[in-house]
Design a binder for this molecule. Structure first.
Ligand code: SAH
Length: 382
């Protein structure tokens, strides 16, 4: 049975218990197109977000600093076999200039993302991380550099990086294998996530929605994996084919399934940092607004120099590749205000993350109090 009342009761149960059984998740996903079920989910998800974060939407300035990659993920436009990708690397100076510009625009988190580029060894990266920290002690620095050794993650943490984004891509082993060349291991990806968490990073995982071969069961595996890992962030966006990859002819993922999953994730963990991603804005012109209405609370606009933007093409037709950072910032503010929320100038730490860290002086005192008072209502013992 999957009728409207049943899905409504599942939304209520998810809100109450923060999880469902596999069968219940299946029924909820199957019922997502029933009249009223998405509306009910989103209404509850917004209430959950409001209880923790009020109307705040956090910005992350994304600096795509290299598109060289030693990996060959079948879906990705910057995979090493794509001979048509024009490769680039930003210099240390260029990266620091992006941060300076971002800081002036009110960004208080920078995300350094790139392909797995061996040029950026630990020594070079630690130097860049240290320089960004020294220049902007009031900002958080996030890395998103793919799979590295535990020792490397530790070196970068000690240099001042506090957060790490590493999407797990798929928690279903067979599906994970079908998205990657032979020999790439889901186990290693999970090892990375667990090392990152042990070292003390705020961790983000995530997956693409509607990637080739993905079933509702795969998505439920993702939800259960997230429940186990308890990350501070989860990045999800629709899969979008790239013309120079083996998945060129595949169907893209849907905006409506993506936003439905955002609503589910918000109810599973009201304190989660959930971006309304650029891929969601690419697949639908109002995708990011729909994401915010479904419970997302983060946007990650691009701070990379306009000259390289088009070269970091993970998928076709990526939006905002021609806009100056300042234009992007103004456009996003209008979009956020349009759905009744506010862009705030803040590091935007996860409300659940209170563990003392070497950077704890950087938290404004007021924020810490707010964080502490929120936590017990969410889930103690994280
Ligand atoms: N090398 C880093 C960063 C990868 S790019 C890493 O391995 O983590 C960031 C994310 O973009 C990927 O994790 C993937 O989920 C997403 N992505 C890549 N290709 C995509 C595509 N064709 N459509 C949508 N998202 C894609």
């Amino acid at each position: 049975m999957t009728d409207d009342t049943h899905t409504a009761s599942l939304v209520d149960k998810l809100e109450r218990e923060r999880t469902l059984s596999r069968g219940e998740f299946k029924a909820l996903l199957a019922g997502r197109t029933l009249p009223g079920s998405a509306a009910r989910l989103f209404e509850r998800a917004r209430a959950a977000r409001r209880a923790v974060y009020g109307n705040a939407v956090y910005l992350r300035g994304l600096i795509e600093f290299t598109n060289y990659c030693r990996k060959d993920c079948l879906y990705c436009g910057i995979r090493k076999s794509n001979a048509r990708a024009e490769r680039y690397r930003l210099t240390r100076k260029q990266i620091l200039e992006c941060c300076t510009q971002g800081h002036e625009l009110g960004f208080r988190t920078f995300v350094l993302q790139g392909g797995e580029d061996p040029y950026f060894n630990d020594r070079r990266l630690a130097d860049i991380v240290g320089a960004v920290r020294a220049a902007h002690p009031d900002c958080a620095l996030t890395l998103s550099l793919g799979e590295r050794s535990r020792a490397s993650y530790k070196t970068l943490f000690d240099a001042g990086a506090e957060r790490y984004l590493l999407r797990h891509e798929s928690a279903a082993p067979g599906h994970y294998r079908s998205l990657h060349p032979p020999g790439y291991s889901l186990r290693n990806r999970m090892r990375c996530l667990s090392d990152l968490r042990d070292i003390g990073y705020q961790v983000g995982c995530g997956f693409m929605v509607g990637s080739p071969g993905q079933t509702d069961d795969c998505l439920i595996d993702d939800l259960f994996f997230i429940r186990e890992l308890r990350p501070q962030m989860v990045g999800i966006g629709p899969f979008i084919p790239h013309k120079d990859t083996p998945f060129a002819g595949e169907q893209p993922g849907g905006a409506s399934l993506t936003v439905f999953l955002l609503g589910i994730l918000r109810l599973m963990d009201p304190a989660l940092l959930l971006p309304a991603t650029t891929a969601l804005g690419t697949i639908h012109p109002q995708g990011r607004e729909a994401g915010l209405r479904a419970g997302a609370n983060v946007l990650m606009p691009n701070l990379s120099p306009v000259a390289v933007r088009k070269k970091y093409m993970l998928y076709d037709d990526k939006i905002c590749t021609g806009d100056e950072a300042a234009e992007c910032r103004a456009c996003l503010e209008r979009r956020v205000n349009g759905v009744g929320l506010d862009v705030v100038v803040s590091r935007g730490d996860c409300a659940c993350f209170t563990r003392a860290s070497p950077m704890s002086e950087a938290f404004p005192a007021a924020k810490l109090t707010e964080v502490r008072s929120v936590r017990p209502q969410i889930h103690a013992g994280r």
